[in-house]
Design a protein around this ligand. Structure first.
Ligand SMILES: Cc1cc2nc3c(=O)[nH]c(=O)nc-3n(C[C@H](O)[C@H](O)[C@H](O)COP(=O)(O)O)c2cc1C
Ligand code: SF4
Ligand code: SF4
Length: 273
């Protein structure tokens, strides 16, 4: 049995954080022996400089958002450097009600390759980063109930098992290519070049966007200036207290509109034990 339970997550707009932390809380509540809780949030660049090292005494809940149906490629270097050393892990992905495609199987593989024993995996739904109406307000009360059920199942499995069979997770191998949005002529377009703009007359210069950008690309001195890449995580858009940040790229707006129009049917969390 473990004596440390770790939350290890990246979260641009907070939905992954919410699910991972509630899973940790729900699991901790089930354990009678004293257990230490550790929080490793690797959303900011400085948190990704050092790689954590775990042992057999750790249970690690690893959470990431789904980007283009996969593990965000910006996180691969960091995730591949985390050392499991026999620790047990739970893989968690959050997606915006389109599809989690091969992200969960990819995360599970990364963890297994890093010497984690992956006990369980789950895909949960979070409000889509690009939208305020697609999967609005999720994870909600019903999702959190599913998190509690997931904690119950994980606890049951850990208590009963002396060894783990290979976990079967939905997704395919080789993994599908990164999902590509389409422009008005139904052609793929280069999403990477798009970055947010700032309504200078609205901005109150609170610096929040510069402090929370996961790739450190918003200039602190002038927050309307980008000094690096944008991964479209929308942390600055949703985290601005006065809604001064926005995307005005036509292809981005079309993609946002398509998502909001097509993926209206509520999807439910899926867990694998
Ligand atoms: C660049 C990017 C790509 C995304 N791709 C997908 C996707 O392929 N499928 C999906 O359902 N949601 C997708 N989303 C939505 C996020 O996975 C979802 O909103 C998630 O809850 C965000 O997690 P966070 O709040 O921890 O940042 C994408 C979001 C971003 C920023
Ligand atoms: S978070 Fe919004 S108000 Fe604050 S500095 Fe950034 S753009 Fe300006
Ligand atoms: S500038 Fe891009 S990468 Fe940085 S917080 Fe905003 S959307 Fe995310």
């Amino acid at each position: 049995m473990f004596n440390k339970i770790n939350a290890l997550y990246f979260s641009g707009t907070g939905t992954t954080r919410k699910v991972v932390l509630y899973l940790v809380e729900s699991l901790t509540a089930k354990i009678e022996e004293p257990v230490e809780r550790i929080n490793i949030d690797f959303s900011l660049p400085e948190a990704r400089i050092q790689s954590p090292c775990f042992t057999e005494k750790d249970l690690v809940i690893v959470g990431i958002p789904v980007y283009a149906g996969r593990v965000p490629n910006i996180l691969l270097k960091y995730l591949n450097s985390v050392k499991g050393n026999g620790a047990q892990a739970v893989a968690v992905v959050l997606y915006g009600n389109r599809n989690f495609d091969d992200s969960l199987i990819e995360l599970t593989d990364i963890l297994s390759n890093n010497s984690f024993k992956v006990v369980a995996a789950g895909a949960f739904i979070g409000e889509h980063s690009f939208s305020k109406i697609l999967a609005q307000g999720r994870p909600d009360k019903d999702d959190m109930k599913e998190v509690e059920n997931f904690a119950r199942d994980i606890y049951g499995k850990i208590n009963r098992s002396t060894y783990f069979h290979e976990l079967l997770v939905s997704g395919q191998k080789p993994y599908r290519n990164y999902y590509q949005p389409k422009d008005r002529l139904d052609n793929s377009f280069d999403f990477r070049v798009i970055s947010p703009h700032t309504k200078k007359d609205v901005c109150i210069d609170c610096k929040n966007c510069a402090e929370i950008c996961p790739v450190g690309s918003i200039s602190y001195d002038d927050t309307s200036v980008m000094n690096g890449i944008c991964i479209k995580c929308c942390a600055c858009i949703k985290g601005c207290p006065v809604e001064a940040k926005y995307f005005d790229n036509e292809n981005y707006k079309k993609h946002q509109h398509d998502l909001e129009k097509i993926y209206t049917e509520r999807l439910e969390p899926e867990t694998f034990i």
